[in-house]
Design a protein around this ligand. Structure first.
Ligand SMILES: CC(C)(COP(=O)(O)OP(=O)(O)OC[C@H]1O[C@@H](n2cnc3c(N)ncnc32)[C@H](O)[C@@H]1OP(=O)(O)O)[C@@H](O)C(=O)NCCC(=O)NCCS
Length: 349
């Protein structure tokens, strides 16, 4: 039986460290509030003009490709997950294909926010299992710092997020006890507006009684992003934090239990859980619900903040580099985020 294995993995975070103290120069907040509610101590921000979501993805990809014992020219498919792409279109996949001078291979962009990496991994897994591709590069990368509201108005969102990238190379394996055992993907669009960036977009205030964009007398040609939208700060992400929290602590453990049940395993069998680094309190709730010990979970939100599509590959790679994941270990990945979407993956390393 053919399965996909993670043959190489890498991560990249920009040099620039931004502490909670640094944020106080922009907004009314405190290190104490941020650490107590989110666990974040500091995050990394990309060089304002020198780095993009794609360039960070390229750095992570180079490491993953080398560790997989391949070259960029061996890669036969790209899946790139992000919510902060370099361009509205085209996606980051083609920019990465160009930057790494790859062959004219397929490049797919995934837009599933915090679950983006697991959706991307699942898509890649199907292509490997079907025999269509042999070396797939899966990237998760975000440059949040470019699109956040740094005034006090945006503090509940801005303090949580950071920049960075992670990447893996998937290859086929026929070893009996190795590879991705299963992936599980879910969504519930009822709560689409609870964690979202509405503008720029084509929604035209269609979906809810509440208007998310002020068009006023905007002319044709100004509807996508009008001056009023910018004046009213409607170009920043919105989050109902408590609503996200409540749903995440139910759906993340549910996704893990689903993966374990499908494979006839229990949470005691997990060697390492990598929860999406949404918020340390969410990860701790998930750990508690699954009755996992501290050594069975890897968290790093303290250092990087929430890096959305990059958070799982960064944490996975860091745990692996620290020797916390060894051959034969059962590794579980779990995510929850905007959409809502949530997902899990179970891997025999
Ligand atoms: C965002 C989150 C940390 C807010 O914590 P909370 O305890 O729910 O706080 P609330 O939003 O109810 O706000 C409580 C107070 O803190 C204030 N506050 C919000 N952000 C603040 C900040 N950065 N610094 C200081 N005060 C802040 C609010 O204005 C509010 O003040 P008020 O009581 O005077 O109105 C929390 O809801 C959360 O972590 N949710 C999950 C979010 C998440 O994981 N998102 C990523 C999903 S992938």
């Amino acid at each position: 039986m053919v399965r996909s294995k993670i043959a190489g993995l890498g991560f990249y975070v920009p040099k620039n460290v931004f502490t909670n103290e640094d944020l106080k120069n922009y907004m009314d907040t405190s290190d104490e509030w941020i650490q107590e509610r989110t666990g974040v101590k500091e995050r990394h921000y990309a060089d304002r003009l020198g780095e993009t979501t794609t360039t960070m993805g390229v750095e992570a990809a180079k490491i993953a490709i080398e560790r997989a014992g391949t070259t960029a020219q061996d890669i036969d498919f790209i899946v790139f997950a992000t919510l902060s792409p370099d361009y509205y279109f085209p996606g980051c996949g083609v920019l990465l294909q160009r930057a790494l001078k790859m062959k004219e291979i397929g490049a797919l962009d995934v837009r599933n926010q915090c679950s983006g990496f697991l959706y991307a991994l699942s898509v890649a897994d199907q292509f490997i299992k079907s025999g269509m591709y042999k070396n797939i590069l899966v990237v998760g990368s975000e440059k949040h710092s470019f699109g956040l509201d740094f005034s006090t108005r945006g503090r509940n969102v801005t303090v949580i997020f950071g920049d960075g990238a992670g990447a893996v190379v998937l290859q086929p394996t026929t070893k009996e006890r190795q590879g991705i055992l299963s992936t599980h993907l879910h969504s519930d669009g009822e709560s689409a507006e609870i964690l979202a960036m509405y503008n720029p977009g084509t929604h035209a205030n269609h979906w809810t009684p509440q208007a998310y964009a002020k068009f006023d007398d905007a002319a044709m040609g100004e509807l996508f992003m009008s001056h009023t939208m910018i004046d009213e700060a409607q170009n920043f992400p919105y989050m109902d934090g408590p609503a996200v929290f409540k749903k995440a602590i139910v759906k993340m453990p549910e996704a893990v239990e689903e993966a374990l049940a499908q494979n006839g395993l229990t949470s005691a069998d997990i060697n390492m859980l990598i929860p999406h680094q949404a918020n340390l309190r969410i990860a701790q709730f998930v750990q508690q619900k699954l009755h996992l010990r501290d050594d069975q979970v890897h968290n790093n939100i303290q250092k990087y903040g929430n890096t959305t599509a990059a958070s799982i590959p960064i944490a996975l790679c860091e745990a692996w580099e620290e020797g916390k994941i060894k051959e034969g270990d059962l590794v579980c990945l779990a995510a929850f985020g905007s959409g809502f979407t949530w997902a899990s993956a179970l891997i025999r390393w």
